[in-house]
Design a binder for this molecule. Sequence first.
Ligand code: ADP
Ligand code: MG
Length: 321
Amino acid sequence: MGEFELIRHYFAAAPCARAGGAVALGIGDDCALLSLAPGQQLAVSTDTLVEGGHFPNGAEPFLLGQRALAVAASDLAAMGAEPLGFALALTLPANDEAWLKGFSDGLNRMAEQCRLRLIGGDTTRGPLTLTLTVFGSVPVGAALTRGGARPGDLLCVGGSLGLAAGALPLVLGQRQAEPAIAVPLLAQYWSPSPQLALGQALRGRASAALDISDGLLADCGHLAKASDCALQIEQSALPLSRPLVTFLGLDGARAAALSGGDDYVLAFTLPVEHLPALQAEGFTVHVIGRAVSGSGVQLLDEHGRDITPAVRGYQHFPESP
Ligand code: ADP
Ligand code: MG
């Protein structure tokens, strides 16, 4: 199968590539065309995943397709955007049809879950690398940014933390666990659910938001900096799931939640008056702390003592000391 036949078979003919919705022109021309409704802004985000760095060598292609799109779509959720479409730049070491079939099936599954249409991309040869660009729409001025938190706001997260980081030793084959533990941890790693509905429900309510990709402490640091305030996190309020605590112990589970990354759960600041309505609408909202004046992120124990650890999260190019 040549390059064009490959693109046609596995991507242009995929269910997620059918035209419709905001996609006025999809795969096949030099550009795709997206129609935005009046009063909407385009939200755009790109993520790259490199084999051996962002996912293990030889990862199952279905899981990879699913995860790659979920990671990208999570950025739309974090801005409160409604998903429109995505482009896929695929660098492949070989023309492996079994791999392409699995990958495009996984991609389709997550595209359906997120209501995202594949609108274009690029296909090249080289070390396995996936670059996904997602497009969404958000009413003008309504996007959730990182820079609006005010002292007094609650600090909240949209789900339990640390599961994907806890799954890493399982993903890498360094540890094993019984199914009651392995299944929920691996599910969160390979198939995170972008919190798109929550993000849209936070429009006009949350003062600032982002999705947790680098670890709670590191990402809260980004939000605090952009908002020019400080964030206090109460360690005892961290939402930890039972399988994670069983697998890692309480201290290990806390470390995974604080510094592990790959959660793709929303973290946001919320003026307190908006909490009841969100909960009444059925959203999971864990209040884990608050915004205060000052700068940086502090982790507090149950006596209010500062127990902030030195190491914050993962960086590809760490800052020099
Ligand atoms: P061009 O040379 O004009 O960039 P290409 O030959 O790279 O066009 O691609 C042809 C069409 O197929 C374009 O519409 C492009 O968006 C689409 N395409 C290429 N690779 C992919 C892919 N991996 N997934 C989805 N669409 C793709
Ligand atoms: Mg091209």
